[in-house]
Design a binder for this molecule. Structure first.
Ligand SMILES: C[S@@+](CC[C@H](N)C(=O)[O-])C[C@H]1O[C@@H](n2cnc3c(N)ncnc32)[C@H](O)[C@@H]1O
Length: 258
């Protein structure tokens, strides 16, 4: 199975449970992304790996247009239904690979992506594609869960994530995301970080694969009991395994005329 097949396989099965999580995970989604985009929020936008379209639908009311782009048909169907229900008529839905965006150079004023970079086989390529399709002066806003700057903790965290969801590639440390943006050509980087506490059983329930759960639960509990935090505060509280996901947002500009 190639990586994109693994992605569509996983997110076809997760579409329903993931949508519920995605619409509740951030009460400030419109302010967070709309605010970071600034004036670009009123222009032509692309939501890369849009999933069920929560960010798309939050941005569309102020935008001239939004292209909701994803590899998984079931996710695009969810995004379409969400936008139709909200009466949004300025959203176009396209299927494809974020590492090969089927758009001309400089087509967009703003590009956003949430919770997706860690699924890309080559995140640097996807960042460079976002840079390419933005006009000079355009703005990118990337938000994803990050891992520890410590190599061992980052490796352990990512191993746990991959056991739960094999379409996960790697949550990057913040420093790598920042250098990747700079390497693609982005300038004027601004960042924000926030933590979201999670509970293991709730996190497992999203992937809808009971066969995976028991062995991961055993391994993660053993790690927590051993005091291995994996850079995500892994611990046991009142018998429940808890941890946090650290979110990182980068806003950056493509240099050039506005
Ligand atoms: C964790 S979900 C995030 C969805 C959405 N951005 C959100 O925050 O609600 C990841 C999404 O990325 C999509 N995806 C993963 N790899 C992709 C790729 N290479 N090209 C396009 N979409 C991809 C999946 O289909 C899935 O819908």
């Amino acid at each position: 199975m190639d990586h994109l097949e693994r992605i569509t396989d996983e997110f076809t099965r997760q579409a329903q449970t993931f949508e519920v999580w995605a619409q509740n995970v951030d009460a400030d989604v419109d302010k967070r992304f709309g605010g970071a985009l600034g004036k670009a929020a009123r222009g032509r936008l692309i939501d890369v790996a849009c999933g069920p379209g929560v960010v798309t639908a939050a941005l569309a009311p102020a935008a001239s247009s939004v292209t909701a782009f994803d590899a998984t048909e079931e996710m695009l169907a969810k995004a379409k239904a969400r936008c139709a229900k909200a009466g949004l008529r300025n959203v176009e839905f396209r299927r494809g690979d974020a590492e090969h965006l089927p758009f001309a150079d400089a087509e967009f004023d703003g590009a956003v992506t949430r919770a997706a970079l860690h699924h890309f086989a080559d995140p640097q390529r996807a960042i460079s594609e976002m840079f390419r399709v933005l006009r000079p002066g355009g703005v990118a806003v990337l938000a994803d869960v990050i891992s520890s700057e410590g190599t061992d903790e980052s490796r352990l965290h990512n191993a746990i994530e991959r056991l739960r969801d094999p379409s996960h590639v790697r949550m990057l440390p913040a420093s790598e995301l920042e250098s990747g943006m700079a390497q693609a050509g982005f300038r004027d980087l601004q960042t924000a970080t926030w933590d979201m506490s999670r509970e293991l059983e709730e996190w497992f329930s999203i992937v809808r694969d009971p066969a995976r759960v028991e062995p991961i639960r055993t391994v993660v509990r053993a790690l927590a009991e051993d005091g291995r935090s994996a850079g995500i505060g892994l611990s046991i509280k009142d018998g429940r395994i808890v941890f946090f996901h650290r979110w990182f947002l980068i806003k950056a500009e493509k240099p050039g005329e506005r």
